[in-house]
Design a protein around this ligand. Structure first.
Ligand code: PAF
Length: 278
């Protein structure tokens, strides 16, 4: 496994590769969810390239950039075990040298859900992902379904800007009690960790009601809200039943819906989602 830190070295490694390339962009502190992306990429492409870069521009001033968990040595050992070909680990200075002044903005869907409390977040994501795609030149890039809005935004960017690669969605990997795997789960105290599966319980409750014939989106939101409010450690940021492409809130779930939520468990902000009818 080659580990490269500069854009020039990454491009040189890419130039040596023949055959299809799968790309897994990450912010490190890898868990089974990331490894599922790598394993999926390995089944579909000849060489897997992963990146580890905690992207400062997608964190707001009040967010957890400084405390975002990092463990590059462990990450590299895990990626090596998964037969990753190249790991790109640039510094912030390498990605955003002095005078950097460009950005990629996807409008509309970035203003809803995660975009509302996190202004600028998606512009940080689309800008760094566009840069990574240009540097790595993958045939396919792999993203977790857990960040459903990020996935929808990246698909829109790739389609709108005619980028020459395929975006592949990989199902969320969960702990045995249903909690979606996330690097941020390490911030949870033991009591908060016990409370955290309330997100998944709420999503399962909505799915159960929908499968029993409930089509009223407001009622589904209300059922989830009531359940989460019973958990003392939980504070809801949003509960949404939306169109999976536009992310506009639905009145009725006739065909597909993305049910998603953001909940603070103590000081840790967690998100999760499930797709109805798809
Ligand atoms: O999902 C993430 O870990 C990040 O948003 C990504 C896609 C690596 C961009 O920094």
């Amino acid at each position: 496994m080659k580990v490269v830190e500069t854009i020039a070295a990454m491009k040189a490694e890419r130039g040596k590769l023949a055959g299809s390339v799968g790309f897994v962009p990450t912010m490190g502190y890898l868990h089974e969810g990331h490894l599922a992306l790598v394993r999926h990429a390995r089944t579909e492409t000849l060489t897997v390239i992963a990146s580890i870069f905690v992207n400062p521009t997608q964190f707001g001033p009040q967010e957890d950039f400084a405390t975002y968990p990092r463990d590059p040595e462990r990450d590299l050992a895990l990626l090596e075990k998964e037969n990753v070909g190249v790991v790109f680990m640039p510094s912030a200075q390498e990605m955003y040298p002095q005078g950097f002044s460009s950005s990629v903005a996807v409008e509309g869907i970035t203003e809803r859900l995660e975009g509302k409390p996190r202004p600028g977040h998606f512009m940080g994501v689309t800008t760094v992902v566009a840069k990574l795609f240009n540097i790595v030149q993958p045939d396919r890039a792999y993203f977790g379904q857990k960040d459903a809005q990020q996935l929808a935004v990246i698909r829109k960017m790739v389609s709108d800007l005619n980028m020459n690669l395929e975006i592949v969605a990989v199902p969320t990997v969960r702990e045995p009690d249903g909690l979606a795997m996330s690097s941020r789960n390490t911030h949870l105290s033991p009591e908060e960790r016990k409370a955290a599966p309330v997100l998944w319980k709420a999503l399962c409750l909505a799915r159960g009601h929908w499968e029993n014939g409930e089509k009223d989106a407001a009622r589904l939101r209300q059922e989830m809200t009531t359940l989460i409010e019973r958990e003392p450690f939980a504070q809801i940021e949003y509960v949404s039943v939306a169109d999976p492409e536009t992310l506009e809130e639905l009145e009725k779930v006739d065909s597909q819906a993305l049910v998603s939520l953001a909940v603070r468990i103590g000081g840790t902000r967690l998100i999760d989602n499930t797709m109805l009818g798809g």
